[in-house]
Design a protein around this ligand. Structure first.
Ligand code: PYR
Length: 385
C-alpha cells in the first residue's frame, strides 16, 4: 500500500516535472494596475500589450503566438509576491516582466529566482536588482547610469548653481538608491548640499520639508520619490515660493503626474532612458503605433515594458529554432530561456541592447527632458540637447 502510494506520488511528481509548455506561449506581466504605483503601471500595461499585438502580427515565436498573462501587483511587496506566485505556479508562464517598483522587486524577485523562472525588470532602477539572483535581469537602466545626467543638464542651464537641497522618500528602495547617486554626483560637481530632507511615499503634506528648503536659499532642489508624493512636493515647493530649478528622478518620469503638480510641474528636469525620437527601426514602429493609438509620444515606462516582452520573444525565437517551444518541458525551457536572454543582442525601441554578466542592461544612449506644461493637466517632456 505504502509502496503504491509512493509510486503514485513519484509519477505525479514526474508528471509535474515533465509539464509541456502551453500554447499560446504564456508570458507573465506583473505590474501595478492599482495603487499610486499604477501611475507607472498603466503605462507599462499599454507598452506590453502593444508588444503582444505587434509581435504576434509578425508571427509570434516561429508561428506560435504569445499570450500575456496579467497579474496586478498593486503597489506593495505583498501584492508583488502574490502576483509572482500566481504567475509561476498557476499560470505556468515561461517568464515574468515585472514588478513595477524596486521596493517590490527586492521581495518578489527572490521567489522567481528560487523557482528558476526568468524575470525581466521593466522599471526597477535601484542598485542591486540584477544581483538578486541568476534569473533576474532588467531593461531599465540603473540610477547610476541615469541620475547624473539630470544634474549635468541642470548645470548647463544654470552654470552658476552652487547650493542645493536634496529630498527623498526614505521608505522606498529606488528613492534611497537614487538619492545616493544624486548626492554623490552633486559633490563630484562641486555643488554644496545645504540640506537633506526625508519624506514617505505616502505623505501628502510637505510643509516641514519645504520650510527647511526655503530657509536655505538654495538654487537647485533634487527630488527622489514616486509620482504622487514627488508631484505634491513640487506643487507645495512652488506654492510656498521656491523659484529655482528642480531636478526630479525616475519617479517623475511619467505624464501621469502632470495632473498632480499641474502648472507647477513646468520646468522640472528629468533624465530618461528612452526618447521617442530614438532613431532605430524598432522605435520608429513602436512610436508610430503608440502615437496613432494614444495621440501623444510614448513614455519611457511603456517603451521599457514593450522592450521586456520583446526580449522574451526574441530569446524564445532562438530556442524555437533548436526545438519547437511546444515540445519543451516548462522547467527546462525556463532555464534555457534565462541563459538565452543573457547572451542575446536585441534591437528594441530603447536602441540596441544586451546584458552584462549580472543581467544588467547594456544600453547605448540616455537623454534628459524638461517638463513643459500647456495647462493645469496637460504637458510634454521636451528633450534637451
Ligand atoms: C523603481 O522603483 O526602481 C523606479 O525607478 C520607479
Amino acid at each position: 500500500m505504502k509502496r503504491t502510494l509512493s509510486l503514485l506520488l513519484l509519477s505525479a511528481l514526474s508528471l509535474a516535472a515533465a509539464q509541456k509548455v502551453a500554447t499560446p506561449i504564456a508570458i507573465g506581466i506583473a505590474v501595478a494596475q492599482t495603487s499610486n504605483a499604477s501611475l507607472f503601471g498603466q503605462e507599462q500595461v499599454i507598452g506590453a500589450k502593444l508588444a503582444e499585438k505587434f509581435l504576434n502580427a509578425r508571427g509570434g515565436v516561429g508561428g506560435t503566438p504569445i499570450k500575456l498573462v496579467f497579474q496586478d501587483t498593486s503597489g506593495d511587496e505583498a501584492g508583488a509576491i502574490n502576483a509572482f506566485q500566481n504567475l509561476i505556479s498557476k499560470d505556468n508562464v515561461v517568464g515574468i516582466v515585472g514588478p513595477t517598483l524596486s521596493q517590490q522587486a527586492f521581495s518578489a524577485d527572490p521567489i522567481a529566482d528560487r523557482a528558476k523562472v526568468p524575470v525581466i525588470g521593466p522599471s526597477n532602477t535601484a542598485k542591486g536588482i540584477p544581483q538578486i539572483g541568476a534569473y533576474i535581469s532588467r531593461v531599465s537602466a540603473p540610477v547610476t547610469a541615469i541620475a547624473p545626467n539630470a544634474l549635468k543638464q541642470a548645470l548647463k542651464i544654470n552654470p552658476k548653481l552652487k547650493k542645493v537641497a536634496v529630498l527623498y522618500a526614505q521608505n522606498d528602495a529606488f528613492s534611497t538608491s537614487e538619492t545616493g547617486i544624486f548626492q554623490q554626483t552633486a559633490k563630484d560637481l562641486d555643488l554644496n548640499i545645504a540640506t537633506v530632507q526625508k519624506f514617505q511615499t505616502t505623505d501628502n503634506d510637505f510643509t516641514t520639508q519645504v520650510t527647511a528648503v526655503l530657509g536655505e536659499n538654495v538654487d537647485l532642489v533634487i527630488i527622489s520619490g514616486l509620482a504622487n508624493d514627488s508631484g505634491n512636493l513640487i506643487k507645495q515647493l512652488r506654492q510656498l515660493g521656491y523659484k529655482g530649478l528642480i531636478v526630479g528622478g525616475n519617479g517623475l518620469n511619467s505624464s501621469s503626474m502632470f495632473p498632480i503638480c499641474g502648472q507647477y510641474c513646468d520646468g522640472v528636469i528629468v533624465a530618461q532612458a528612452y526618447s521617442p525620437t530614438q532613431s532605430s527601426a524598432a522605435n520608429q514602429l513602436f512610436a508610430r503605433e503608440y502615437k496613432a493609438q494614444y495621440k501623444k509620444d510614448p513614455p519611457q515606462f511603456a517603451a521599457q515594458a514593450y522592450t521586456g516582452v520583446q526580449v522574451f520573444v526574441d530569446a524564445l525565437k532562438v530556442l524555437d529554432h533548436k526545438r519547437k517551444i511546444a515540445d519543451w518541458d516548462l522547467g527546462e525551457l525556463r532555464v534555457a530561456l534565462n541563459k538565452q536572454i543573457l547572451i542575446g543582442k536585441y534591437k528594441t525601441p530603447l536602441g540596441e541592447l544586451s546584458f552584462d554578466k549580472d543581467g544588467d542592461i547594456v544600453q547605448q544612449a540616455f537623454y534628459v527632458a524638461q517638463i513643459k506644461m500647456k495647462d493645469a493637466k496637460n504637458g510634454t517632456f521636451v528633450f534637451l540637447k
